[in-house]
Every structure is written in structure tokens, then in C-alpha cells.
Ligand binder design. Structure first.
Ligand code: ZN
Length: 302
């Protein structure tokens, strides 16, 4: 028995270690899956070329109401690390992890983050999952992804630590820039209307008040009373920053803006990045774009 095991082990050790030409990257890169586009971007930032990242919910797609397909289970079966937001944002991803009996490293990006209670009419006492909208909390996401990659691929620990440190440094600068931008808006004018309650963390971190006709999960139609109350608020406070989002149905917000007599100022990227050729193809670009759109709209410029 022992002798036989020894022979098998020797045979395995003697196999050529170098992969075939041209397949080096595909064979050595760590297969990883992220639940949605924002986490996918963070994963690529920390992982660099050591990681082959797949994203399940792509740009401009709604993660709250996503229905996974068999190909997504297949991607998870081949992965050694899987990254989800948690806090009820991507609950379907948890079901996918258990149905595929995922045995790799499962990272919850919001682990250790002090989550806000869901506000708004459709909250039902749950938690607000959109913590990435506060850049300081996004740095915690980066730390969690870094720790997961180090666990899944210890040989790359130095690589991941160096990349995460550089990325976190850039995010700290981004956080400061957002604060400077918001500071140019008089306090009384720091009000933004969006499609759903995705900006609670941005509001708490940067001192902006957000109101939306739809709650944190973006899947219930607002009542006529809620829409009417928002219209009264826009008129009474002279709110000028009204935005659509890149996910969800824009019909309610367009009607609301029309009835309130204000112009829709464009789209914000709340829960998903834009496509590569759009204005928010990375997390950093998304935060810069949103801030750059909101600040002049709050001031009432243009
Ligand atoms: Zn959302």
C-alpha cells in the first residue's frame, strides 16, 4: 500500500510543471467570481493579473432583482474565491453558493462595516446594503477582498497587499476630493432626488440629504401619496438636483420631475457601473462622475 502511494506521488511530482505555451495565464490565474460589477472592479484592482475575475451581474444591470442562470452556477464551480456584498443586496448569490456547495473562500464585502438601517417606506426594518457609496467603507470592502485573496492564494500575499494598499491610498484621496466638492454647495441646497434609496451612505458620509420615490430594494412601486409628498418637497425647498439612475424604471421619476416643474439632470450610477465606454466604468470613475454631476445640480447651476 505504502509503496504504491509512494510511486503515485513520485509520478505526480515528475509531471512537467510548465503549462503548454500560450496557456500560462489561463492556467495560473486564480479563478474568482464577483456578484456584481462594482465588486468585480474592486476584485480586479486588488487581484491584478494573478486573478481571472468573472462578474455575474454586469454593467447597468440590477443586482437586487437578479435571477441567476445555470451558467452562473458553472462559473462558481470553477472558482476558488467568491465575493458578494451581503446585507440582503445579493441574497440570490448566497443561494447559488449553497446550491453549488461552494468550497472556496466566500468573502462578504460588508463584513465589519457598520450597516445603516434601511430607511424609506419599503425598508421593513432591514439593512441598507449600499455601503460602497461611502468611500471610507469601500476601503473596508478592499481590505476584505484582500484578506480573501490572501487566504485563497497565499503565494500571492505580497502582491495582493501591495495592490490593496495602493488602491486604498487612491480611495482616501477620492474621499477627500468628494468632501471638497460637496463643501462648494451651500448647506441648505444639499438635497438630491434619485430613483431609489441607494445613497444613504453617501448622504451620511458627505452631508447630502437624499430622497427617492422607491426604497432600498428598488422593487416596489411607490404610492401616489409618496410621489405627491416628494413633489411638494421639491417645490417647497426649490430642489434642483433630480436624477435618474442607470438601473430601474425611470418612468416614476420622469413624471415626478415633470409635475414638480424641474429638469432631470441626467443619470447617477448607484448599484452598477457603466459599460467600458460609458462615464463610470470603474468604482473610482463612478464616484467621481456622480459627485461631478450632483454638485452643480445641487447648486442650481445651468
Ligand atoms: Zn440599490
Amino acid at each position: 500500500m505504502h509503496r504504491r502511494s509512494f510511486l503515485v506521488a513520485t509520478a505526480l511530482l515528475c509531471r512537467p510543471l510548465a503549462p503548454p505555451l500560450g496557456a500560462a495565464h489561463a492556467q495560473s490565474a486564480v479563478p474568482a467570481v464577483a456578484a456584481f460589477s462594482i465588486l468585480g472592479d474592486m476584485l480586479r484592482e486588488v487581484g491584478g493579473d494573478r486573478v481571472a475575475a468573472q462578474v455575474i451581474v454586469g454593467p447597468d444591470m440590477d443586482t437586487h432583482n437578479f435571477q441567476p442562470r445555470p451558467s452562473h452556477a458553472e462559473a462558481l464551480r470553477g472558482a476558488v474565491i467568491a465575493i458578494r456584498n451581503g446585507a440582503g443586496f445579493d441574497a440570490w448569490f448566497d443561494r447559488l453558493l449553497s446550491s453549488t456547495r461552494f468550497a472556496g473562500v466566500a468573502v462578504t464585502a460588508t463584513e465589519g462595516v457598520a450597516l445603516r438601517p434601511a430607511s424609506g417606506a419599503h425598508g421593513h426594518g432591514g439593512q441598507d446594503p449600499h455601503a460602497w457609496q461611502d468611500v471610507r467603507l469601500a476601503i473596508q470592502y478592499v481590505r476584505n477582498i484582500e484578506a480573501g485573496l490572501v487566504r485563497a492564494d497565499p503565494a500571492g500575499a505580497e502582491h495582493y497587499r501591495a495592490r490593496a494598499a495602493g488602491y486604498a491610498h487612491r480611495l482616501e484621496a477620492l474621499d477627500g476630493w468628494i468632501r471638497e466638492q460637496v463643501a462648494t454647495v451651500p448647506e441648505a441646497r444639499r438635497v438630491v432626488i434619485t430613483g431609489h434609496e441607494a445613497f444613504g451612505y453617501f448622504g451620511a458620509a458627505y452631508g447630502v440629504s437624499f430622497r427617492a420615490p422607491q426604497g432600498v430594494s428598488a422593487n416596489a412601486e411607490p404610492s401616489a401619496q409618496q410621489v405627491a409628498a416628494l413633489i411638494r418637497m421639491i417645490r417647497a425647498q426649490g430642489v434642483t438636483a433630480v436624477f435618474l439612475e442607470n438601473i430601474g424604471n425611470p418612468a416614476t421619476l420622469r413624471r415626478l420631475a415633470e409635475e414638480a416643474g424641474v429638469r432631470v439632470r441626467g443619470r447617477l450610477f448607484a448599484d452598477a457601473l457603466s459599460a467600458a465606454d460609458g462615464p463610470a466604468p470603474s468604482y473610482e470613475a463612478m464616484m467621481r462622475y456622480n459627485t461631478g454631476a450632483m454638485v452643480p445640480a445641487m447648486r442650481g447651476d445651468g
